[in-house]
Design a protein around this ligand. Structure first.
Ligand code: SAH
Length: 490
């Protein structure tokens, strides 16, 4: 990938986006408390006889508040550990046309955006040497350094050497979560060596970050956190269960095991000296990418949501022991519960200590939009395998995704996919008229064959996505699973 400089406008947009996400995390207790108040108001409207019948509910509300405080403790600890990739204290002002009006003292006063529609850009990070994982959020797009350990970017304008195995890009904050992903979310951050797992490509020491999460928030946003953002934080909590709790094991067995089995079958002679390279676009909270690393691959997760990156960074780099944290992931819905105790049950994580899991050197999490980051000459024919899990349908243009996946792979390289086709931008009523190419499975395969793939294995896998295993409602996907190989060019 070539060097890329971020304009001040782009950096300002990233800061704006990141502030919004931090605000949503900070707003978590208030939004949850508002729900409990709503339950209480409804309870108060009951007749005395009905109240007497449900006299246990006030104590449930008290328990809910306690659970919220425990979840909040986790969220605040995670934010505390987060080192923003840029100086968040900058005074930024973007006008209604998407132009930068003013950026602190030393920068341009007016800069016209070449692409005012560009989505929030955010984090990225490469994982460092064996023993520690690093994932970090980066402000600039490209942060690949040769030092995976804790290489960092100094500023978003600094040029960087590119080493394909340690790249790291900018993440856009789009918690792109389509319905199935609605129950999912993500974030990430730095991992370090010997003690931390993943790290990214930014230097946390030099950006003068704020010391408290509250300092990072955007006061202008205040408490006006849109409901969609409130929902994203709750999604992240469910994704923690999917990726990092014992309770998510069944889902991981359904989704990740078939992928890992295929990688194991297709790369039987993985050498320690020259391990094969595997890319995981849309890596979410990073568990699959970590498992692939532990299998003996140089594994890189790519993720563009700051929500996901902040959280994966924390789990990968800052957790010290198994089950260090406890959350109450299921408290936000009273629907379809078999019992209050089910709804209020705690979930501990991580079920493994990432830093002791046995990763292969070169593990990294790279922040940024898959298309922006990997549609680059430096990536061509670099990868032995690409793994997409619940990712393909996040595309505006799935044909573009497939074309890029094909370009990334070496001749004879392998693409393993698992997921439905619940197109994220389908039925989008956004005024932006966002592009959305929605193909059937048959057409997706046709496109793949056009780009040089041949089918090796194909089946349907039944699975859930961030489902509450004890809920009376379970959304099941009959997900497409395949292994395709990129035909050698003759
Ligand atoms: N693979 C994970 C996450 C699937 S959800 C799992 O199976 O649990 C899809 C993920 O892709 C989300 O985390 C979303 O933020 C991310 N994503 C969506 N569009 C993306 C893009 N263009 N580039 C990188 N990541 C993207």
């Amino acid at each position: 990938m070539g060097e890329r400089r971020y304009s001040k406008l782009e950096e300002a947009l990233e800061i704006k986006s990141l502030r919004r996400i931090i605000n949503s995390y900070l707003n978590y207790p208030d939004a949850a408390e508002a729900d409990v108040r709503r339950y209480e108001r409804s309870f108060k409207k009951l007749s005395p006889a009905h109240k007497a019948l449900l006299s246990h509910l006030p104590s449930k509300f008290r328990r809910l508040r306690w659970c919220i405080s425990v979840n909040t403790h986790f969220i605040m600890s995670m934010l505390q550990a987060f080192e923003p990739p840029f100086d968040m204290s900058q005074d930024i002002d973007i006008d209604e046309h998407g132009n930068l009006k003013h950026v602190s003292e030393d920068h341009i006063h007016t800069e016209v955006s070449s692409n005012s529609q560009e989505r929030d850009i955010c984090a990225g990070q490469p994982v460092s040497a064996a023993g520690s994982i690093v994932s970090g959020l980066k402000s600039s797009n490209f942060c690949r350094g040769n030092d995976v350990t804790h290489s960092s970017q100094k500023s978003s304008n600094e040029k960087k050497e590119i080493h394909p195995e340690n790249l790291c890009n900018s993440v856009a904050d789009k918690s792109f979560t389509s319905e199935h992903h609605t129950e999912s979310c993500s974030s990430g951050d730095d991992m370090k060596v010997n003690g931390d797992l993943a790290s990214c490509c930014h230097d946390s020491t030099d950006n003068g970050n704020a010391s408290s999460p509250r300092d990072l928030m955007d006061p202008s946003l205040g408490l006006n956190v849109p409901l969609v953002d409130v929902d994203k934080v709750r999604c992240i909590i469910r994704n923690i269960v999917r990726d990092w709790a014992a309770e998510g094991q069944k889902e991981r067995d359904q989704c990740y095991m078939p992928i890992l089995a295929e990688l194991n079958r297709l790369f039987p002679d993985r050498s320690k000296e020259r391990p094969p390279c595997c890319l995981v676009p849309g890596a979410g909270l990073g568990r699959l990418a970590l498992e692939i690393s532990c299998l003996g691959f140089i594994s890189q997760g790519n993720e563009f949501s700051y929500y996901m990156m902040i959280c994966s960074n924390f789990i990968l780099n800052h957790t010290q022991v198994v089950n260090e944290w406890t959350i109450y992931p299921w408290i936000h819905s009273n629907c379809n519960s078999l019992s209050d105790n089910d709804q209020l049950r705690p979930v501990s994580f991580p079920d493994i200590h990432p830093a002791s899991a046995g990763i292969t050197e070169g593990f990294s999490m790279c922040g940024g939009d898959f298309v922006e980051v990997y549609n680059d000459e430096s990536q061509e024919a670099f990868w032995d395998a690409v793994v997409t899990c619940f990712f393909l349908d996040t595309a505006h243009n799935i044909v573009e995704y497939i074309e890029i996946i094909s370009k990334l792979l070496k001749s004879g390289g392998v693409w393993i996919n698992l997921g439905p086709l619940l197109y994220h931008f389908a039925d989008s009523y956004s005024p932006d008229d966002e592009m959305s190419i929605e193909l059937s499975l048959e057409d997706v395969k046709k496109v793949a064959f056009h780009y040089g793939f041949e089918m090796e294995i194909e089946k349907i896998i039944e699975t859930t996505y961030t489902a509450n295993p004890r809920s009376m409602m379970q959304n099941r996907y009959f997900a497409a699973f395949w292994t395709m190989k990129k035909k050698p060019v003759t």
